[in-house]
Design a protein around this ligand. Structure first.
Ligand code: ATP
Ligand code: MG
Length: 398
């Protein structure tokens, strides 16, 4: 057994010796069988949350209403979830109620795909009630039970099918795929945040090109934010056939670079996807510059200098000529600062020195200073910057 499981064995044994069945479940079992790195080791058990808590000294109620308790053991945390079923989905998302049960099979039955419905005992014996092992070795994503039923219960599972397909390079089994094509409109009912998690994982997948192509073909892009169904995505898909985005922000910046949105529309697009402010800031800085480089248009280092690594990743994905990338990398690396926080002064200094008060004027002054430093016209020392700021404040009254 991989060390991650060995470390967790005492937790399972503890539950078992108290009379509760307990298994490793979900992604960790799947990834172990695929020889992939293991993220979190999740545990499912017959013990109810209060019973789990009684067995361990340190626990955290991470999702007790869904049956999940986090157990801390030797500095590591394990989510222990009570075997449960989910019932009566009335709105195509999340169950109305979860019911705790005492047997594993009902728990595995509520899971989305056969490859995610495998369980493993503390000693490494696999429990395979839905032929997940066969699907794992054949490379198939197949719904547990009737795909139509499962996707009607929870539409997010359709995004998850595409995401696992993109991550693992698996095919989606034909009945599962047909159900996805028919029920894709139900994705409109799903919270953007949940869709975004799966979409980002899809975009970063090893086979993201196939995943995006399927999302287009199956109509999925009509029912997720951003109206991407209208976009010409051929170049984007082609990029992903050769390269892979290493982080969500690179994935978003790359997607926007390959879009024909203007800067305002880019911002609206990311807002609709509810991405973080950091992602918006970086992607909105990088995408227009990457577009300009791609079309040999003018751009300035200052526009993008804090996001050097993201820009370079996007350019590599776009298969920009190596010599061009090398030049840009050299220019960005040679800049005097790589972050506004590296300036020798900040707003606080300007106030302390009575040069200006907080407000729009201060913002303008700081921006002018930042640009002058980045572009090498002003050495980054406090005395230089303060002298320059004083002069600017006289020409730019508040
Ligand atoms: P990852 O490595 O990306 O975390 P994972 O398989 O662990 O993959 P999670 O989203 O962490 O995926 O979910 C853990 C497990 O819970 C899944 O393997 C699956 O068995 C079950 N599961 C998660 N989401 C759903 C869902 N919407 N419907 C049914 N089962 C689900
Ligand atoms: Mg997981």
């Amino acid at each position: 057994l991989p060390p991650e499981f060995v470390a967790a064995q005492p937790v399972l044994k503890r539950l078992e010796s108290a009379g509760f069945e307990a298994y490793f479940v979900g992604g960790s079992v799947r990834d172990m069988l695929l020889n992939k790195p293991i993220h979190d080791v999740d545990i499912a058990s017959a013990a109810f949350p209060q019973e789990v808590k009684k067995q361990f000294d340190k626990t955290v109620d991470t999702g007790i209403q869904h049956g999940t308790v986090m157990v801390l053991d030797h500095g590591l945390g394990y989510e222990i979830t009570t075997f449960r079923t989910e019932s009566t989905y009335t709105d195509f998302r999340r169950p109305d109620a979860v019911t705790f049960v005492r047997n594993l099979s009902e728990d595995l039955q509520r899971r989305d795909f056969t490859i995610n419905a495998l369980a493993m005992t503390a000693d490494g014996e696999i429990v395979d009630l839905f032929n997940g092992l066969a699907d794992l070795s054949a490379g198939i994503i197949r719904a547990v039970g009737e795909a139509e039923v499962r996707f009607t219960e929870d539409a997010l599972r359709m995004m998850r099918a595409l995401r696992f397909s993109a991550q693992l390079g698996f095919d989606i089994e034909s009945a599962t795929r047909a159900a996805l094509q028919r029920l894709a409109p139900n994705l409109e009912k799903i919270a953007v945040e949940r869709i975004r998690v799966e979409w980002e994982k899809l975009l970063m997948g090893q086979q993201a090109a196939t995943g995006v192509a399927m999302a287009v073909e199956d109509g999925v892009l009509r029912y997720v934010p951003g109206e991407m169904a209208q976009w010409p995505l051929a170049d984007f898909i082609q990029d992903l056939a050769v390269g892979q985005a290493a982080s969500p922000v690179v994935a978003w910046a790359h997607l926007l670079t390959r879009s024909s949105l203007d800067e305002t529309a880019m911002q609206q697009f990311l807002r609709r996807w509810k991405t973080s402010r950091e992602v918006i800031k970086a992607a909105i800085a990088v995408a227009p510059v990457a577009q300009a480089i791609d079309t040999s248009d003018q751009w300035v280092l200052y526009q993008v200098y804090p996001f050097k690594d993201i820009l370079l990743d996007v350019l590599r994905l776009m298969r920009t000529e190596a010599a061009v990338i090398t030049n840009i990398q050299a220019a960005l690396t040679a800049l005097p600062i790589h972050d506004v926080r590296a300036l020798a002064i900040d707003g606080g200094t300007l106030i302390a020195q009575k040069i200006c008060q907080p407000g729009p004027q201060m913002g303008r002054i700081l921006k002018t200073i930042e640009r002058a430093v980045v572009e090498g016209r002003l050495p980054n020392t406090a005395s230089n910057l303060l002298a320059f700021a004083k002069e600017l404040s006289q020409h730019d009254p508040s």
